[in-house]
Ligand binder design. Sequence first.
Ligand code: IVH
Length: 309
Amino acid sequence: MNIEQRVTELHQLLHQYNYEYHVQDNPSVPDSEYDKLLHELIDIEREHPELKTDDSPTVRVGGTPVSAFEKVDHDTPMLSLGNAFSEEDLLAFDKRVKDEVGEVEYMVELKIDGLAVSLKYVDGVFVQGLTRGDGTTGENITQNLKTIHAIPLTLSVPLTFEVRGEAYMPRKSFLALNAYREKVGEQLAANPRNAAAGSLRQLDSKLTAKRKLDIFLYSVNDLRELDAQSQSEALDKLDEIGFKTNHERKLCRNMKEVFEYIKYWTEARNDLAYDIDGIVIKVNDLSKQDELGFTAKSPKWAIAYKFPA
Ligand code: IVH
């Protein structure tokens, strides 16, 4: 085997082991095996810099610091959701939806308490990651996002599209960060959300890499790109092609089921490995989503129920 072939093989193995560990949560090899192969690749790239590519598994450790983040316009704006604080608010939403498009099913999902990001793939390669910014223009934080192991650097299918989701700091990473800060006498981070925001804003991606962030993807700018007819199909397809979605989602046939889901998670939220600040309710059928459309700021086909503070 020549060196190019070995590099290809190392990419494949490391991508596979990374996926098993960070997306499937089901590793097939011990960490030491991953580390050994990674260091073999790091050594080869040091000797042969021409063999280092932008989607090499070695980019996960971070790269050269930048002096500022480039501002980039979103292809389609990143909107936010209208809020609901009570069952009455949700029933009013349900009525508005049904008056417009008739009976619907709802996909209900956990509202992850992190930062919205947008990931662009060209021919199945992750090329650009942006913050939400003001919704129209975001900041290019591609290098920092590449340190999140759950973000695929390449996909099993050569899709060109934008995937959106929530980057967050797991509670375990947050506790480790604050334990470290306490030890060295630095000011503690207030909560995982702030810590995640600070980590993604690091100009040195090697620092971001140390923070052990994670992500759940929940939408695609054009869902038909995935050949999906509904939000639930879209999430299943995202899973299939290598993204990490949140599996606590549920398809609800009526508001009673939505309320049960909310009640369950209001009580169980502290058992999760990450913070959530509410529940998102989405009309499942994509053609009905289209019919409902958007206000200036948010989709009419979805709403965020916020947990009481
Ligand atoms: S859907 C048009 N689903 O909540 C925006 N958002 O304002 C569609 N979030 O900006 C967003 N978990 O940062 C959606 N499962 C989820 C979410 C989620 C967290 C965040 C997202 C969004 C904010 C709502």
